[in-house]
Design a protein around this ligand. Structure first.
Ligand code: 5RP
Length: 245
């Protein structure tokens, strides 16, 4: 999955200022696109026919308490837009924990009526420790309460215990931009330790060559490429892209 929904709380994020220029060339390589209905309607061409995961929660900007979210989408619009899944932040341990859990359970109920999956995104508040213990807690709560699948962060220690204790598939977020070889290694480790895939944003669209990076990530997730193989592929694709410019 390619995540480009960052603008829903942080505005024109680096790399997403011109979605029409930077993201459209990546679409042929994305299995699924995670985005807001605003960008879907205004920028993504109808010729895009792969999966759509619609951002369905929102409210606060980066200037406010991020867990203060509400459901920000009507199920009829999700159907109209042909969403495969609805994405909702769940802030376990956050100031508005209960509300965000209920946002998720309401979306699960709405989605169930029409066969639309729910992706619970475990959002880690500033005050939380990003470790396996926290991720196990957050992912399991989301799964127990009905999420179809869960998006969480990779942790270097004990990520296999997070996937093992979560009965529904897990995909990892990429998080802040890393050097490309490290991001590929993280994706590889996550998949080796039980993740079903990745839902990456910044580590793809902020890469030096986003088109090369998304293909390298595909190699890791779909072809079992090692981090070294994927990085070598990235470097050669990057050169090829540069040659075209
Ligand atoms: C917002 C989200 C983002 O889509 C996602 O976490 C961003 O992906 P990345 O961390 O790889 O940039 O769910 O909270």
């Amino acid at each position: 999955m390619l995540a480009i929904d960052h603008g829903y709380f942080q505005g024109p994020t680096t790399g997403l200022e011109r979605v029409d220029i930077t993201i459209l060339p990546l679409l042929p390589y994305a299995d699924t696109l995670m985005l807001t209905r605003g960008i879907l309607r205004s920028v993504i061409p109808p010729t895009y026919t792969r999966g759509i995961v619609l951002r369905a929660s929102g409210g606060p900007s980066i200037l406010k308490e991020l867990s203060d979210e509400e459901i920000a989408l009507d199920i009829e619009d999700a159907i109209r837009l042909n969403a495969a899944a609805l994405a909702v932040q769940v802030f376990i341990g956050g100031p508005y924990e209960t509300r965000t859990v209920h946002n998720m359970t309401r979306l699960v109920d709405m989605g169930m009526r029409y066969g639309i999956a729910t992706l619970a995104v475990t959002a880690v508040g500033r005050e939380m420790v990003r470790d396996a213990r926290y991720m196990r807690l957050a992912c399991r709560i989301c799964a127990e309460l009905g999420a179809t699948y869960v998006k969480t962060y990779y942790v270097a220690e004990g990520f296999d215990t997070v996937t093992a204790s979560c009965p529904v598939p897990i995909v990892i977020a990429g998080g802040k931009k890393l050097p490309e070889n490290e991001a590929l290694e993280m994706a590889h480790n996550a998949v080796q330790q039980g993740a079903a895939g990745v839902d990456m944003g910044r580590n793809i669209f902020q890469a030096e060559s986003p088109v090369a990076m998304i293909q390298a990530v595909r190699k890791v997730v779909h072809e079992g490429a090692s981090p070294r193989e994927a990085y070598d592929f990235y470097l050669s694709e990057k050169e090829r892209e540069r040659g075209k410019a």
